[in-house]
Design a protein. Structure first.
Length: 189
């Protein structure tokens, strides 16, 4: 334990801010409370004073979170394109479902496209999706044709071709898996 006498600090001299280092238990507690957030992001939250009740300490990762290791593991991906080919909003929409809800897809997707086009006063140009049936039914194909929307489908068993949507879904799924692993609920939950 260190003790500092802050009464004798000369205000005209160089001032230093003192930050305490959080204990491993405290670091892990806040890491878990905030949905297994990255420790670098946790320290950014502290720096910006963005979370009420979060102590002003430096949090360090000890790489012992088993739930993170279980929830965030996946196989290596293909290399991404270095340059974006999108010039304006709604030029290309990336679609993917992570639940088997094909019967609900068509009306929701049609409504979403209409709302987005009305809100931004722009037209959807292309929709990129996986090669599953929920995006390849006659009703949607006719809707795309009437709206002048180009369809792009990935090849079978190549999720890398629809990597934007897959990555967004993977981020959500990893967070859910990590919190489930940490809660010790049964895997059937």
């Amino acid at each position: 334990m260190y003790s500092f006498n802050l009464k004798n600090i000369d205000p005209s001299g160089d001032l230093a801010c003192l930050f305490a280092k959080a204990s491993i238990d405290e670091s892990n507690k806040w890491h878990r409370r905030l949905g297994h957030v990255n420790f670098k992001n946790l320290n950014k939250l502290i720096k910006g004073n963005l979370v009420r009740g979060l102590p002003s300490k430096i949090f360090e990762n000890d790489h012992t979170c088993v739930a993170c290791q279980k929830g965030k593991q996946h196989k290596a991906s293909c290399k991404a394109k270095t340059m974006s080919s999108v010039n304006h909003p709604l030029q290309i929409l990336h679609m993917d479902l992570f639940e088997p809800t094909s019967d609900e897809t068509t009306p929701i997707l049609k409504d979403f496209i209409r709302q987005a086009e009305n809100q931004f006063n722009l037209k959807v140009k292309t929709i990129r999706s996986d090669n599953e049936t929920e995006f390849k039914n006659n009703d949607l194909i006719e809707f795309y044709r009437l709206k002048g929307i180009k369809r792009e489908y990935s090849n079978a068993r190549t999720p890398q071709q629809n990597r934007v949507a897959k990555r967004k879904n993977m981020t959500l799924i990893e967070a859910a898996r990590t919190m489930l692993a940490d809660s010790f609920l049964p895997t059937t939950f």
